[in-house]
Each structure stands twice: as C-alpha cells, then as structure tokens.
Design a binder for this molecule. Structure first.
Ligand code: ADP
Ligand code: MG
Length: 298
C-alpha cells in the first residue's frame, strides 16, 4: 500500500479540519485567497463545484455544485440514469477504476481537492467508505470480512476488539458473536449488508457513501438498515442514493434531486435542487422536483 508515501488526508480530533500528514502540500504556500477558500470549504465535508462527468466522451453529469455538511444524512434521489451513482462514486474516486471516465470541476473533501495528483486515491477511499446495492461480503468468515482491511492497512489496536466494535456499530454483533468464524455467505441478505457496513466502519472512515443499500432487501431488513443509518449519522457524514422516496423522507436531513436535461439531443444528468428534505418534499422551488416527488414523472 502506497498511502504513506503520498499526501495523506486526515481529520483532526474534532473531525472538521484537514491536516496534512507529511507536510507535502505546504511546499507551495497557498495565496491568502486560496487559504480562505480552503477554510470555507473545510467546514463542509464535501464542497463540489461545477462537476461534470463523462464516460468515453459521453456526458453523464453536468455542472453539479453542492456542499455536503457533516453529521447529516444527505439523500440523492431522481430518475434512473440521471447520474446519482456517478456523483456518489466521484466523492471517493471510485470512478477512477471505470474505463473512459473523465471529469472537470472540483471535489473538495474537508478543504482538500481529492483529485489533486498529490492525493492518494487509496487514502481517499480509506476516509470515505462505500457500500453498494448488492451485499458483497468476501467468501470468508464473518471475522475475516472485518479484519481484512484493517490488517492490510496495518491499523493499530487489537483486532478482536476492532471486529467487535465494527459489528456493534453496525447493529450485528448480537446476531453473529457466536459464529464469527463461520462463512459470511451463510448470513441473510440484510445481515450481509450490515456486515458490509461493519466492514466499511472497521477502517475508521469519516464518511459513508451508500448506493441504494436496501434495494435488494425485504421490508424488515430494510427497516433495520434505515435504523442503523440514522444511528451512524452522529459519527459519520452519510450520503445515500435511494430510489425509495419514503426512505429519503424517513431518514434524510437533506435531499438532492437529480434530473435529466437534454444537451444536443442527448440526456445528461444534472442537480436540480438540494435542500432540507421537508422542503424538497413539500415546497420545492423547481417544478420538475415537484413533478417527481408527487409521482407525475420518473
Ligand atoms: N461505467 C460506466 N460506463 C459508461 N457509462 C456509464 C457507466 N456508469 C454509468 N454510466 C452512464 O452514466 C449515466 C448515469 O448513470 P448512473 O450514474 O448509473 O445513474 P443513476 O445511478 O442515477 O441511475 C447513464 O447514462 C449511464 O449509462
Ligand atoms: Mg445508480
């Protein structure tokens, strides 16, 4: 792992200010304006400006500007194909692995541009964890699913304790504490998804990105996941894509509505409106948001 060789992104004790691990990005003293910008955007977890994304030259997302605040749940909603997953993946550089991906604009995480060439993508993904639509545990024991990443990253502390804490934080400990050495694949879908959340928490992230984490689950497992996500917001900034508007209404403090615009006859995703969830659902500013949340579109 090359994380230590490059610029590290860390959050200090109060979880708000970015500090640099090895001082590399102090080499170029920022101008006073740049310093002020850095401070302002450090107050947000993410400060995304004029972000556009394309795949193989085809625009997928255009001109998104959005701030995401700490200790809140932000839901991303909108019709299929409007770029919700694309946006989420740009927040921890998960798109880097996608062939043909290109972006413009900036994504600042706690004041630091995560696409700065000096920033290590591995370190970014360590700070900003991600959970996907389909539970994807490794074909290993429950214990090994949690222990794998902290061991690879050589995180300090006793592993048994780390595994227990992660499983407790994901509200799974009581259900699995007597079978930690059995296969994760024998768990139910809902348990597997909570295991994936535990796995993400085990490396002490700061942010959790969730892409439709409950869409493959039954209503009871979904309720457990929703309850869990709400408990997690005290410690982590959470951004969740959901196609379930009731879910956004139940758990999200802020909601961002993405829609499809047309450019040269082609559909391209864009951010239409971002506000308190109650505003989005009851008195949105944009007619397209209203049409969507009242079921007239999408
Ligand atoms: N890996 C990819 N390669 C090429 N095109 C992609 C890829 N992922 C998404 N797209 C395209 O980007 C657009 C937005 O997709 P996506 O972000 O998955 O939307 P959503 O999550 O809102 O359904 C779509 O037109 C989709 O086909
Ligand atoms: Mg998606």
């Amino acid at each position: 792992m090359s994380a230590s060789a490059r610029v590290r992104i860390e959050t200090s004790g109060n979880g708000t200010a970015p500090v640099n691990g090895d001082g590399a990005w102090r080499l170029q003293a920022p101008s006073r304006d740049a310093e002020a910008t850095r401070r302002r955007s450090a107050e947000a977890v993410f400060d995304v400006r004029s972000l556009s994304v394309s795949y193989n030259g085809k625009p997928a997302l255009e001109d998104v500007t959005m701030r995401i605040e700490p200790a809140l749940i932000t839901a991303l909603i909108g019709p299929s194909g409007c770029g919700k997953s694309t946006f989420l993946r740009t927040l921890n550089r998960m798109n880097d692995r996608v062939a043909g991906f290109a972006h413009s604009g900036s994504v600042r995480y706690r004041g630091r541009d995560i696409y700065d060439p000096a920033v290590d993508a591995v370190e970014v993904r360590r700070r900003i964890g991600m959970v996907f639509q389909r539970p994807n545990p490794f074909p290993k024991s429950i214990y090994e699913n949690i222990a794998w990443a902290p061991r690879n990253l050589r995180l300090k502390g006793a592993m048994d304790e780390r595994v227990e804490l992660a499983l407790r934080a994901a509200a799974l400990w009581d259900e699995v504490k007597d079978r930690l050495r059995t296969s994760a694949l024998a768990l139910s879908g809902g348990q597997q998804q909570r295991l994936c959340i535990a796995r993400a928490l085990a490396i002490d992230p700061d942010v959790l990105l969730l892409d439709e984490p409950a869409s493959a689950l039954d209503p009871i497992a979904t309720a457990a996941i929703e309850e869990l996500i709400v408990t997690l917001k005290r410690r982590y900034a959470i951004v969740i894509v959901t196609h379930n508007m009731q879910q956004a209404g139940r758990i999200a403090d802020r909601t961002a509505f993405f829609g499809l615009d047309r450019r040269d006859g082609r559909p391209v995703g864009t951010l239409i409106e971002h506000d308190e969830t109650a505003v989005i659902f009851t008195r949105p500013r944009d007619r397209r948001t209203n049409d969507y949340v009242t079921g007239r579109m999408g």
